[in-house]
Design a protein around this ligand. Structure first.
Ligand code: HEM
Length: 223
């Protein structure tokens, strides 16, 4: 997707494996063995080691994931429904972003809060009078027939003092939810408003995947 100076590139990638635990050393071992096991059919092109940063903040220092659905609402938003041949699976969109740290740091905290749509220290949503139309949480929110439809984000900060950013990792029960969110974020509306977070982060990669359920895999690959 492209609009104005903003770009969401589509980059190569057929298989995505997310390895999660508190142990970076064990994560590395799993990744190494997975890459070896798949080496006859796939070439490893990116290995990003994310981590939990402060109290679940992303690299722009705001708490990330607060409005994620929980419990039954999470299951419903993530899993493909029973009537579908891919039931129990999910659709995943992954983008690797880098931060424009200097530009972000030059904003006042008050302005940063407007860009995100939440307060920085205590992670409270701005009220409608204070939240601009171009706030990230206004532009990324998806509604269908006036009802909010949620995705489930498992974003991870990554990187070091030279280059860092956020892996956007979003699951939904249909790819259209995240695609709609991306379209709303990148497109300038009739007032010229797009998601202002995109002035401070840059998408370097972009892929979408189907995530099979365990039973889907078992039914097709019995060894
Ligand atoms: C560098 C990339 C990104 C960063 C740093 C970021 C950060 C944040 C933060 C701090 C929040 C507020 C807290 C929360 O509710 O989680 C948020 C909310 C949200 N973000 Fe992002 N985000 C990024 C990319 C994206 C992308 C690419 C999408 C969609 C495709 C997205 C969708 C959402 C949604 C749906 C919400 C919740 C809106 C609401 O209901 O309040 N974000 N994000």
């Amino acid at each position: 997707m492209e609009n104005g100076h903003r770009k969401f590139p589509s980059t190569p990638g057929d298989i995505f494996i997310m390895v999660k635990s508190e142990r970076k050393d064990l994560n590395f071992q799993v990744a190494k063995h997975a890459a070896k096991a798949l080496s006859s059919i796939a070439e490893l092109i990116e290995d990003i080691q994310g981590y939990k940063y402060l109290d679940n903040r992303d690299m722009i220092d705001f708490v990330d994931g607060t409005e994620n659905p929980i419990d039954d609402e999470r299951i419903e938003s993530v899993l493909i429904g029973e009537d579908d041949e891919f039931k129990g699976g999910s659709y995943l969109i992954v983008q690797r972003y880098t931060d424009k740290q200097g530009a972000w740091d030059s904003l006042s905290t008050e302005h940063q809060e407007k860009v995100v749509g939440r307060t920085k220290m205590d992670d409270i949503e701005l009220d409608d009078d204070t939240k601009p139309a171009w706030a990230h949480n206004a532009k990324s929110k998806v509604e269908v027939d006036g009802e909010e439809v949620k995705m489930f984000r498992q974003n991870r900060p990554y990187g070091n003092a030279m280059e860092h950013g956020t892996m956007f990792v979003g699951f939904s029960n249909t790819p259209s939810i995240i695609e709609t969110s991306l379209t709303q974020m990148i497109t300038a509306d009739e007032n010229g408003d797009y998601d202002k977070l995109l002035d401070f982060v840059e998408a370097k990669t972009g892929n979408s995947y189907f995530v099979p359920s365990q039973s889907f895999i078992e039914e097709r690959f019995d060894d």
